[in-house]
Design a protein around this ligand. Structure first.
Ligand code: C2E
Ligand code: MG
Ligand code: MG
Ligand code: MG
Length: 291
């Protein structure tokens, strides 16, 4: 909290600050109510697997359905939750809900891998691995069907602590993924020290893959190096068929983006699986090479 300073250094009352603080306080109260009042929901965005398989991969993305304000994007409350520390509660809710859903799909015969997002602050919580493990047991969910997505910057904040926690998480049997790869400062040689199995290339490199030769070079060499390290590569932000086609040629493993599907609720996802030509786990399988 920064107060405005008068000419002589005396603090003067700043109504704008007061308003901002009041707004933050009410947002925190509302966020608490959101978790308790079941206003948070998970949407799932399916990925397209270039190698046909009966297994589906999705990313769980949280949404807040506010009773008055309606739909609120995670971009508008996750950063705030991170600042206030309330992210711990949200992450616990997200882990519980996605593990529950994953186990339910397993029981109904659908093989769905779920990726969920962790914040930098979560990685510095020593209790996180034990909490995660307890949730897997509670729902009798296979650990290797859950992937935890982390950003490079999350590890750079406090590498020793974060890496130790990553090792503990990995020991539970789950998969680990580097999200938004390329936007941080780490090199692939740094990534090599992390116990990760997947790399998600940030959408800023993927979106203009066709028109920007530099982006193509970055994506191509990232895929090559990641494969040499035994990592699975997902491209984010695939918005056109041309980009999807190019990624297939570059040997990418999975593609995620609006061209394939937007994030959907569970019921809508079921419909998508039954009807979309891009739904590998559905009946209408479509391979790029068929065209
Ligand atoms: P992210 O993990 O990189 O997730 C991908 C974001 O890109 C999602 O936005 C998704 O809807 C969007 N997206 C997917 N395909 C496309 C595309 O083709 N084009 C474009 N322009 N965007 C696409 P969303 O759902 O708004 O989430 C934004 C970010 O909020 C996420 O980025 C993630 O960092 C964070 N977030 C979302 N859910 C959670 C959560 O449960 N916990 C935490 N800690 N963070 C979350
Ligand atoms: Mg993510
Ligand atoms: Mg991402
Ligand atoms: Mg992103």
């Amino acid at each position: 909290y920064k107060a405005k300073r008068g000419i002589d250094g005396v603090e003067v009352y700043d109504p704008a600050h007061h308003e901002r603080n009041a707004a933050r306080l009410s947002l925190l109260t509302e966020l608490r109510q959101a978790v308790e009042g079941h206003e948070l929901v998970l949407f799932y965005q399916p990925k397209y697997a270039f190698q046909a398989s009966d297994e589906l991969h999705v990313e769980a993305l949280v949404r807040w359905i506010h009773p008055q304000r309606g739909f609120i994007s995670p971009m508008d409350f996750i950063p705030f939750a991170e600042q206030t520390g309330y992210i711990r509660t949200i992450t616990h809710w997200v882990m519980n809900e996605s593990i529950r859903q994953c186990a339910q799909w397993q029981r109904s015969g659908r093989k769905v891998h779920i990726g969920l997002n962790l914040s930098a602050r979560d990685l510095l919580q020593p209790e996180l691995p034990a909490q995660f493990c307890a949730l897997l047991e509670r729902h009798a969910c296979r650990a290797d069907w859950i992937t935890l997505e982390i950003t490079e910057s999350a590890v750079l904040d406090d590498p020793a602590k974060a890496l130790a926690n990553l090792e503990h998480l990995r020991a539970t049997g789950c998969r680990l993924s580097i999200d938004d790869y390329g936007t941080g400062y780490s090199s692939l040689s740094y990534v090599r020290q992390m116990p990760v199995q997947e790399l998600k290339i940030d959408r800023s490199f993927v979106m203009n893959l066709i028109t920007q030769p530099d982006d193509e070079i970055i994506v191509r060499s990232t895929i090559e190096l990641a494969h040499n390290m035994g990592l699975t590569v997902t491209a984010e932000g695939v918005e056109t068929e041309a980009v999807l086609q190019r990624l297939a040629e570059l040997g990418c493993d999975l593609a995620q983006g609006y061209f394939i599907c937007r994030p959907l609720g569970v019921a809508e996802l079921e419909t998508w699986l039954q009807t979309s030509p891009w739904a590998r786990a559905g009946h209408h399988q479509r391979a790029l090479a068929d065209e």
